[in-house]
Design a protein around this ligand. Sequence first.
Ligand SMILES: [Zn+2]
Ligand SMILES: [Zn+2]
Length: 376
Amino acid sequence: MKAVLNTAPGVLSTGDVVLRDLLPDEAHVQIHAAALCITDTFVVDGIAPTPFPNIPGHSAVGTVLATGSNCSRVRVGDSVAVVGSSQCGRCHSCLAGCPSACVDNGNGFERTIGTDAEGTAVYTGVGIGALAEEMLYRESNLVPIEASAPTPYLALLGCGISSGVGAVLEVGKICPGNSVAILGCGHLGLWMVQGAALAGASRIVVIDPDENRCRLAAQLGATDIIVGSGAEAVRQVIELTGGLGVDVAFEAAGQVSAVSDAFGMARGGGTVVATGMESPTAAVEIDNFSLIIGAKTIVGSQTGGGDIVSTVPRYARLLAQGTLDAEPIVTAIYSLDDAAIGIDAMRHGGALTGVVITSPSGQLPSTLATESNALP
Ligand SMILES: [Zn+2]
Ligand SMILES: [Zn+2]
């Protein structure tokens, strides 16, 4: 089967991969479409601890072709979301009610799924891999869904939608009437805006230096936009909220400085939800006084937290009924052969979300089949 192969830092090509036999806790999946995100550049550039050669990608939609003997969540023929966070259901974190810290998230980096044309073992991006016609997945990364929404949109369930909407509903636990600030209007921030609107937040303040992205956020439900960043943006959020700060501030800018800014925007006793990652080794600076005297809470959000077996099918239904709107967030469609162009666009911030159609069954919705983003 054909796959995108990442053979060295920054080096991508398409090639043939022969998949090995299924393990008992794995399923063989035909992939229809995969969504790109900034995390893929960490793998491609050799920053994430995934060896080469590897198949990048961590969010996709597909159909189960075969299951290992220990699989119980998915069956042959199921439509499944490939999710960027694992949930094995058996480890300490899963049993303790915190599946987003599942042990499978950290132990798959050296997972191989077959061999390339030279017979070299092929690894998978962050233990998952999605830029391929087919893949062997641990069942812990798969969730059965109703595939009613357009296929390219369903590819976003496993990262952008789960991470953004989940951060708001599952981690921030926004209630009707809450006030929120969202730092960063890339794909994560725009999904957070939709999640906050869905939850009934009364004030949704977005902060981004890019005015066009702020305006898009306003179309999707933001009540206030601040074009900017840093200390001046913190001051404006405090002013907008009558000197109090917001109930929950969400960091979606991918910069540790934005976590510090979010901390300044949260009210006393408020919460900061951090979702972005500047680099695996970056450190977050938090004001000690605000943390202790302000009694603030800071919490990390791994792919939106929550029970993905429950949340992802709900997000799929919200996509199908149009309550969650993917159309303005999917900014480009690529073939497998052009996936490198899409990854480069993510690296340079030139796209919100690029989707790679990995098989002929990944039909484009009519709204996307325009001259500028039709399949080459
Ligand atoms: Zn687990
Ligand atoms: Zn991602």
